[in-house]
Design a protein around this ligand. Structure first.
Ligand SMILES: [Cu+2]
Length: 147
């Protein structure tokens, strides 16, 4: 009896991991970059299922990942680093060109259109417990068409 139960639990911890993710990630993409380019951006829409705060991200494809925000100040587009981004449950947070984005710097790979990079998004929940969400991010020259 016991071994069967155990194997079911193991099967569930892998197969059931996806629906239990604390946040849904939609439309993720990273902008393709030429090899000499030092940085690029990654974009996606995050829909939290519980109150969460985005505190950062990491990827083997880049040495540094920062949360940035582009905003118009008068006539000037300015980019600044945001340490954290709060997410309200069910309210989509869009990271997109010209707004919030992940800035990937110290690129460790060629960001070639059609390839994929792996990112891990780091959140904390309302109790301060860290939550990690793995995302595979397609590399493209422009945002994918919306479905
Ligand atoms: Cu940036």
């Amino acid at each position: 009896m016991k071994p069967v139960l155990l194997s079911l639990l193991v099967a569930c911890s892998t197969a059931c991991a996806q629906p239990a993710a604390p946040v849904a990630v939609e439309g993720a993409w990273a902008r393709s970059a030429i090899p000499q380019q030092g940085s690029t951006g990654a974009y996606m829409t995050l829909v939290a299922r519980e109150p969460l705060t985005l505190v950062g991200a990491e990827t083997p494809a880049a040495g540094i990942v920062e949360i940035h925000e582009m905003r118009m100040e008068g006539d000037v587009m300015k980019m600044r680093a945001a340490d954290t981004l709060p997410l309200a449950p069910g309210k989509p947070l869009e990271l997109k060109p010209g707004g919030f984005h992940f800035m990937l710097m110290d690129l460790q790979t060629v960001f070639k259109a059609g390839s994929q990079i792996r990112m891990t998004l780091n959140f904390v929940d309302a109790k301060g417990t860290p939550k990690k969400v793995a995302v595979s991010v397609p590399v493209a020259a422009a945002a994918p068409a919306r479905r």
